[in-house]
Structures are given as C-alpha cells and as structure tokens.
Design a protein around this ligand. Sequence first.
Ligand SMILES: Cc1cc2nc3c(=O)[nH]c(=O)nc-3n(C[C@H](O)[C@H](O)[C@H](O)COP(=O)(O)OP(=O)(O)OC[C@H]3O[C@@H](n4cnc5c(N)ncnc54)[C@H](O)[C@@H]3O)c2cc1C
Length: 723
Amino acid sequence: MLFHANVPLHFWVEAFSTAVYTINRLPKPILNEVSPFEILYGKSPTYAMFRTFGCLCFPYLRDYAKHKFEPRSLPCIFLRYNSSYKGFRCLDPTTHRVFVTRHARFDETIFPSSSSHMQPSQALSDFISFHDPCISNSSLLGTNPSAGSHPLPQETESRPCKSCALELDSSRVSSMPLPSISHSAPETVSDMQPPPILHSSNQNSQPMTTRGKAAATDSVYDTFLQCFSKNSPANISSVIYGANNPTYTTVLQSRIKNRRFNATTTPKPIIIVTPLNESDVQAAVVCAKNMSMQLKIRSGGHDYEGLSYVSGVPFIVIDMFNLRSINVDIPTETATVQVGATIGELYYSIQAKSNVHAFPAGVCPTVGIGGHITGGGYGIMLRKYGLTVDNVIDAQIVDVNGRILDRKGMGEDLFWAIRGGGGASFGVILSYKIKLVRVPEAVTVFRVERTLEENATNIVHQWQYAAQKIDNDLFIRLLLQPSTGKVKGTKTVKATFISLFLGNADRLMSVISAGFPELGLKKEDCKEMSWAKAVLFWANFDNTTSVEMLLNRTSDTVKFLKRKSDYIQNPISKDGLEWIWKKMLEVGKVGFVFNQYGGKMNEIAETATPFPHRAGNIFKIQYSVSWEEEGSEAEKNYMTQIRRLYSYMTPFVAKNPRCAFLNYRDLDIGINHHGNNSYDEGKVYGAMYFKANFDRLVKVKTAVDPDNFFRNEQSIPTLPSSI
Ligand SMILES: Cc1cc2nc3c(=O)[nH]c(=O)nc-3n(C[C@H](O)[C@H](O)[C@H](O)COP(=O)(O)OP(=O)(O)OC[C@H]3O[C@@H](n4cnc5c(N)ncnc54)[C@H](O)[C@@H]3O)c2cc1C
C-alpha cells in the first residue's frame, strides 16, 4: 500500500490500520464467508466507506474554520479510517495537519504523494462551488509559513474532539445561554410576553447539526461509555443508547407524553441510559458529573414542559423505566415502589393484595411514580389523606457523589426537600416507601353535566362553598369547557362534576343533600364499585374494563399540550363567574379543571413539606388546552389562548405571590439560566411553587449539591455566595 501510493515509510502505522479495517470487513473462508465484523456485531458491514489508501481527498473543513472566509476544504491525502468514531483521517501535506471528518470527497485515481506538486483537481472545484461559490481556489490553497517544518502530523491541534472538549467544559455548559424570556408572570393581557420557547417543536430556527457537533457527540458517547464500563458491570448494549443505536428513537419517544417536544427540531439527548439496577444509576451520575454533562432524569415522561427529556444544552437522559419493582406489604400497610413504575402499576399491585387499601396519588394511570411523587402528587383522595408526599415515609436517592442514601443517610432536610420540591434538583430518586391508606370495599362515583342553560353558574358558585366544608370522604372535581349550545350556532359552558366518595351511594346522597343540594344529584347518577374500578372510571374507562388496564403504560393518547395553574382563596362571585364564561368562550378552546381542596389539606402546615398551598385554598385551577393539529400556527394559537385566559383570571386568583403547582410545570412563570443571577431567577418561579419554603429548599440544595450539578430550567438554585 505504501509503495502503491508512494507514501513515506513513516506512515506504515496508517497503512497497517487501513489494511486491518479492510480485512475485518471482508468475508473469510475460515468463517464460512462471513466477515469478522459481522461475527462481532451481528450485522453486515457497509462497504460505502472503503477508500484507497493514499488517494487525494478533500475533507469538509467548515468545523475547523475560525471564520467564514477560511477554506471549506483543502487537497489532502487519505491516510486511514478513524478508530474512535466514524470518519476519515486526511493529511494536509502542506501543513502536516490531520483533519478528521465524516464528510470528504475522494479522487481515487490521484495519489498526491506521487505528484511533484498538488493542483486543485476538478473534484475540488466542484466541492468549492457547491458549498460556497465566493471562496476562491487560491484562498483554499493558502500557504502556511511553517509548511515543511513539521515532519509528523500535528493531530492535537486539529481534531474535532477539541471542539467537543470545549462543549464539555463545565463552566461553559452551566453558563450556556438559554433563550431569554420574561421572568415574571404576566398580570394583564398587555403584559403578556411572546411565547418563552425553550425547546418547543415549532421553533422557527432548525437547530444546526454541524459536523463538529456530530464529532463532539461521538466523543461524548465514547468517553461516557469508557467511564460507565469502569463504574458498572452492566451489559452496555442493553443500558446505553447513543443516537446511532437503532433503538434510540423508540426508547426516547416511548415516554414523551407531550407532542410539543417530539419534533425533529426538539433537542435530543446525546445518550440515553436505561439503568437495570442501582449501580447503573450511580455510574451514570458519576460519569455525567465527571464530564460536566447535564443529566436529565426521566421516570414516566409526563412533565408538561418536557424537562425530563429535553434541554437547551448538550445532555444525557437517565430513563428509569426499567426500575419498577413494587413490593406491597399489607401487614405493615406500606409499600416500596421504584420510580420507574407508573401510578397505575402501583394501584394494580395494591388492589391485587387488598380490596380495602389504596394510595392517594394522581388520576392518570400512566403517570410515573418518580416525577409524580416528588412534585407533590395530587389525587382524588386528598381531602381525606392529603397529597402523595404526605404519605411517603422513606426514600432512596443517588446523590451527586453517586452514593445511595435512604432517609436516615440523607437526613431530614433532604428528605423534606424531595417531598414536593422536585427531586431533579437534588439527585436521582430510586424508590419511595409509602404509607397505604384505607378505603371501603365499595366506593361511589358519579359524573353529571350542567350547561349554563341548566343553572351551571349557580351550581358552580355553590360548589365553591361546599368544597370547603363538605365531608372529607367526598371529592368533587369540576371540569369547565367551552361547548356548543343546544340551539344551533350558540355556545355555552359545560360544567362536569366528577366525584369519588369513600362510602356507599346512600351515604353519598345524604352528604350531598345536606352539603350541596344545588347539584341536584340523583341516586341513579351514582355507581358503586371497587376503588380500583373507580380509578379506571376516573381515567375515562367504562365499567367493563378490566383492572389489568392499570398496567397499560401507554393507554393515554399523546397530544400537543399546555397546562398552567392557579389557586383560589376567595369564592368567585356569580358576576365574576359569568364574566369568566364570557372570556372563556371568547378565547376559544381552553378549559379549566377546578380541583377541590379543604379537609386534610387544611390540617397540614405549609412548612411540613415544600408544597405550601394548604389551608386557605378553596381549590386549585388547572388551565388546560390540548390539540392535534401540527405546525407552528396551531401551537401559537393555542399557547396564546391559554395565556390570555390565565391573564384574565388575575383578579380572582391568589396573589403575592401568584401561586402554581410544581407538577403542572409551566415555563411561562420563569426559567433559570444558572448564571450569576440564578438565585433571583429561581425565586421568581420558586416563590410561586413553594412560597416561603423556597429559601429552605435553596439551603438544602446548597448543602447537598453546591456545584449545582442537578439542574434544569426550573430547578432549585444554590445560595449566592454573598448571602
Ligand atoms: C396525562 C397527565 C395526567 C396527570 N395527572 C396528574 C394528577 O392527577 N395529579 C398530579 O399531581 N399530577 C398529574 N400530572 C402531572 C404529573 O404528576 C407530573 O408531570 C409528574 O412530574 C410526572 O412524573 P413522571 O415521572 O411521569 O414525569 P417525568 O417527565 O419523568 O418527570 C417529571 C419531573 O420529575 C423529575 N424526575 C422524574 N423522575 C425522577 C427521579 N427518579 N428522581 C428525581 N427526579 C425525577 C424529572 O426530571 C422532571 O423534572 C399529570 C400529567 C399528565 C401528562
């Protein structure tokens, strides 16, 4: 090869490497005409990369250019295939630099080392005119004063890995700017800012995947792999997915629950780690931290803003879905559940062992335990038993140093913080130990609808008073949606009252007639069933659906979503409600979910957990809009609608601060750029989610993760050093 290409002898290593690359991909008689490559990787090699050693090549050099007037390519000599990631190594004979690139053009009839001097060939001219007609051939061939002074290739200066090293530098990662947005909640329609898009599907600008980025990505993958193999005995192929892995997209998409973040333009993780055991989680944390890579933690993927699987900076996702064992222990009335389980799986496991036990968590069975519990966990038994976090008695977390800590090990402060403060600011939660609650063998549910023409305004008005004082066994959620009226061409608001009562229908009827007669509930509206069947009723399944449906992790339809939240502390007057209906119909599609508070929620101190919205709150509002039309126009339209309605509600909702529920993640209320201003930025959304508990969360954060490794767009910041 050296002789054929007339390449100097000191390139024997390159020739040898090229020969080995080629031989490994060719069928061997001794292997029954199968190549060593195929035996090793179980797939046929592609021959498209094969090139002739020493031939003329033109690597694409844009990633090496310091400015746009630098050459896009140079005539080089093809030396070998790159070993650590896919690419060609091309030697510039003038400067002795080696460029590594995936994109190059070859002229396999010319061997530059045989020529006395190099001239740009036709292929080079084609390359230049295709990429940038303004650059002249002479600038491409620019001379280097040091030409000839370095007999050996100077790789270290020129490999694209250099650029990946820059991208991985921790200070750069943490200070990488996110798109700037308003940091205060809009108070009036005119105050509303343009959509604070962090990583929405409909960004106008297509993120540019440069070759430098591709090379950096490969390098991150290789470095992570090396580190991970040292720290975990796992079979890498079933735990780590790089973007080139054929299963990568399936793994990524299977837990994306909001189509806004499932577009080609949505930033994707460089690596997805799917731990099979706790040591894989420890290894992932240690390696991501060593590399200063942002780590996003995903359990069920229901974050309304996609924070568990999208980021504005290069990132790795740790997807906990394989860690989902559930151990229910009826004698102690407890259960231990790993974070990758869904709440449906938990409910199923409880009812399989007891028909008089349950757990007070959320409504939708596909929601992940990991994010749901740590975000506060709101469900239909909260008036009787409080939130999920009020029923957590222990937890296991992998901290920033890769240690596994239980409640005793982590201490009461951190245990307090992860019960409502959002675990992703503090570590990777592995499991929770929860306290089961008692339910009757038969509970009662109903769903009744009333339109404005059917006295809905009066009933909703009265519901606000009933909500505060009615029996704690009763929970009534109120859905308010714009709807078509009975008379053609008219619009109305439909109020749907959905309920769970922890008792039989007779007792429910007497509770309603004493505390909320305005609803006009009839006995035939009520259905008695097991608690597990009631969960399915609430998830919109009919009575014939088997409880096995709770195990279905994909039973919900994935749409484009936007949610926002508010709290109501004073009943809204009838006039106020009528004005709201008018605005609702004017806005278009956005609906409200009013979730009743009171009962047990009034008995728990604001400081008992980071979740502060306790006594004094009559109900929580979820603003809800979902759509199926694709495209930026639709997204703009619905995002504007929901922001308008939120703005119209300003006079009626809790103020100073206006409040929000962490599990109804909403980036409109503030984003943290994790720069010098991190505490102040954090305080904007932090006060809304946690009120005065924000400062305690900051202190805990500063103690357990002072370098702010566990961070996201709305994580808890560390204390500024001056405080
Ligand atoms: C269809 C639907 C129905 C919902 N119904 C309810 C409801 O009834 N009640 C309610 O309270 N909420 C509800 N939510 C909101 C839901 O509880 C939150 O979005 C919750 O955070 C989702 O948890 P997840 O694990 O599925 O999501 P993920 O997207 O995986 O995680 C959400 C957040 O938690 C972090 N996180 C996840 N796992 C871990 C972990 N192991 N350690 C540390 N941090 C972690 C993530 O990084 C992210 O910040 C609903 C959401 C949807 C989409």
